[in-house]
Design a protein around this ligand. Sequence first.
Ligand SMILES: *Cc1c(COP(=O)(O)O)cnc(C)c1O
Length: 337
Amino acid sequence: MTIDWNNLGFDYIKTPWRFLAKWQNGAWNDGELTEDNVLHISESSPALHYGQQCFEGLKAYGRKDGGVNLFRPDENSKRLNRSADRLRMPQVPEELFLKAVNEVVKANRAFVPPYGTGATLYIRPLLIGVGDVIGVKPANEFIFTVFCMPVGPYFKGGLAPTNFIVSDYDRAAPNGTGAAKVGGNYAASLLPGEEAHKKNFSDCIYLDPETHTKIEEVGSANFFGITKDNEFITPKSPSILPSITKYSLLHLAEHTLGLKAIEGDVYLNELDKFVEAGACGTAAVISPIGGIQTHDEFHVFYSETEVGPVTKKLYNELVGIQYGDRPAPEGWIFDVE
Ligand SMILES: *Cc1c(COP(=O)(O)O)cnc(C)c1O
């Protein structure tokens, strides 16, 4: 397979190797690399019927010196285990998680996009409940698998703002599974996402499910805004998916850019206080938000065509760290040995 590194999208590509471990009789086996990309599971697997599954998403970055970086994979491991707790699945020990990710990257080393292409190797860990269970109860067997594929940069032509529309749908309930990275939240987001695309918006904005007055998520990314008083503000809510990118930006905003970093309420009727806004996540990295269509108005932040200076600085800082071009806070970068 020859890959045109400069023209990759976000599409499934079957790379040669994946890692698969099984949980049976109350314990994980060692797991191993396999070339088989088809899962053989019972038709009654709870993952299929009752959504007992969770996943993660992280990237490997090809460095200038030819090495490969992972960005905070230990945080993905911790979050997978919080999702697993919420859905009554066994935790995957951090050691097993990191071993699986490392082995998959190394085995598919030829598929890590070279430095300078803007492309990355996207890594997808997945935990599913399987086995012969038809009643509504947790599975008695589980599969943990990690696979990967090269993906292109989110913005082919460089960082560019896009527009979003506030949705009347909720992706999660106030005390539901919004903070867990589970497929059910995504199933609920397909229809609202499609409706937003049909109206030519990048995606929809989800409001807090309790009062529908505050911004929670931007599609499948977290929201941040920059105020004219040099504050970096991102919503705080138990139904938001705690983005590792978001927490990294909170840190960088405060310690590198000297902004005041705040997790708090972002009311829809107070958008005026932001001079810039963006969405953040592993896939989206930082996506500047041009404008937001609410019920009453189309609100433009910095510009519909230009990227604001603070957003650009945050982007350069984050991506520089991920590719190893800039010094990282301690523990953020894992060198794939
Ligand atoms: C994964 C995800 C994010 C982004 O999290 P990162 O750790 O930054 O990749 C944001 N929102 C939702 C709903 C997600 O599933």
